[in-house]
Design a protein around this ligand. Structure first.
Ligand code: ADP
Ligand code: MG
Length: 257
C-alpha cells in the first residue's frame, strides 16, 4: 500500500525523516494536552515521550483517568495535542490539515474500541466492509465488490466467524462482536492498529481468546500495535509494556519498584 501522505513534491526527505521512517513506526515528543471546561483547565498529558518500532506490539497500562485514551486519540489523529510532535512513518502528523488526517486514518490506521462501535443495522459481513464502503467511491466499490467480499469473508474466517456472516450485532456475543470489530479494523490493511481496552467489556475467558487472536493476527499481518489496557494480564501479551502515570509515559527501566 502506498503510505505516502503527501505527494512527492510536498514531502521533504530530510535526513531526520529518512532515519525516522526506517526505524520507527511512531515517535512522540513532549506531547501535552489539556481539556477546558468552563473556566477550569484539566491538564491530562504532561509531556509524553514515546516511540514504537515497526512491527512492535506495545501495551500501555495505567489507572483509570491517567490519560491513556486521550493519548490514543492523539496517536490516531482523532484529536490534536496542545504542544509537542507526533511522527508516523517519519512524517510529522500532528500538524496535518483535517483532510490529510482523515486520509491517513482511512489508509493506514485501524481502531478497536472497548464497546466495539459496530453499526447495529448492518450484518457482521457488512460491518467489516463498512470502511471500504466509506473510503471507496460508488463506482470503484461496485467494480471491486467481489474482491472486497472475498477479503471480508476471509477475515471473518480468520477470526472464527465464518458461520456468523449474516448476523447483526444484537445477535452476536460480546466476544463475537469484538472479533467482528477486529476483522473490520484489518480490512483496510492498516500499518498501525490502535486498541483501547479491547477486552474491557468481556468476561475473562472471552478476553483471553480475543487477545490471543489479536496477537496472532497482528503477527500474521505484520502489524504494529498499540494497546491500552488497565489489566496487566492482558498487557503481558505484548512485546513491551509501558506505564502511563498521571499524564506521562514511564518506561519499565525508569519505573520505581
Ligand atoms: P484513561 O483512558 O486513562 O482512563 P482518559 O484519557 O479518558 O483516561 O481521561 C483522562 C482525564 O481527562 C480524566 O480525568 C477525564 O475525566 C478527563 N477527560 C477526558 N476527556 C475529557 C473531555 N472531553 N473533557 C474534559 N475532560 C476530559
Ligand atoms: Mg480510557
Amino acid at each position: 500500500m502506498d503510505i505516502r501522505l503527501a505527494s512527492k513534491a510536498e514531502y521533504r526527505y530530510t535526513p531526520v525523516s529518512v532515519f525516522l521512517r526506517k526505524f520507527f513506526m511512531l515517535l512522540v515528543k513532549e506531547i501535552t494536552k489539556s481539556y477546558y471546561k468552563k473556566r477550569l483547565t484539566i491538564p491530562v498529558l504532561k509531556g509524553v515521550n514515546f516511540s514504537v518500532g515497526k512491527g512492535e506490539f506495545v501495551s500501555i497500562v495505567g489507572q483509570s483517568g491517567s490519560g491513556k485514551s486521550t493519548l490514543l486519540h492523539l496517536l490516531g489523529t482523532l484529536d490534536v495535542p496542545d504542544a509537542g510532535e507526533i511522527y508516523f512513518g517519519g512524517e510529522r502528523i500532528d500538524v496535518l490539515s483535517a483532510i490529510r488526517r482523515d486520509r491517513l486514518r482511512n489508509l493506514s490506521l485501524g481502531f478497536i474500541f472497548q464497546f466495539y462501535h459496530l453499526l447495529p443495522e448492518l450484518t457482521a459481513l457488512e460491518n467489516v466492509l463498512s470502511p471500504l464502503m466509506i473510503r471507496t467511491g460508488f463506482f470503484e466499490y461496485c467494480l471491486k465488490q467481489q474482491k472486497f467480499y472475498e477479503r471480508a469473508q476471509s477475515l471473518l474466517e480468520q477470526v472464527g466467524l465464518s458461520h456468523r456472516l449474516k448476523h447483526k450485532p444484537s445477535e452476536l456475543s460480546g466476544g463475537e462482536m469484538q472479533r467482528t470489530a477486529i476483522a473490520r479494523a484489518l480490512i483496510s490493511q492498516p500499518q498501525l492498529l490502535l486498541a483501547d481496552e479491547p477486552t474491557g467489556n468481556l468476561d475473562a475467558a472471552s478476553a483471553k481468546e480475543v487477545i490471543q487472536l489479536l496477537r496472532q493476527l497482528c503477527t500474521l499481518h505484520k502489524l504494529t500495535v498499540i494497546m491500552v489496557t488497565h489489566d496487566h494480564n492482558i498487557a503481558s501479551i505484548a512485546d513491551r509494556t509501558v506505564q502511563m502515570v498521571d499524564g506521562v509515559i514511564v518506561e519499565p527501566s525508569r519505573q520505581s519498584i
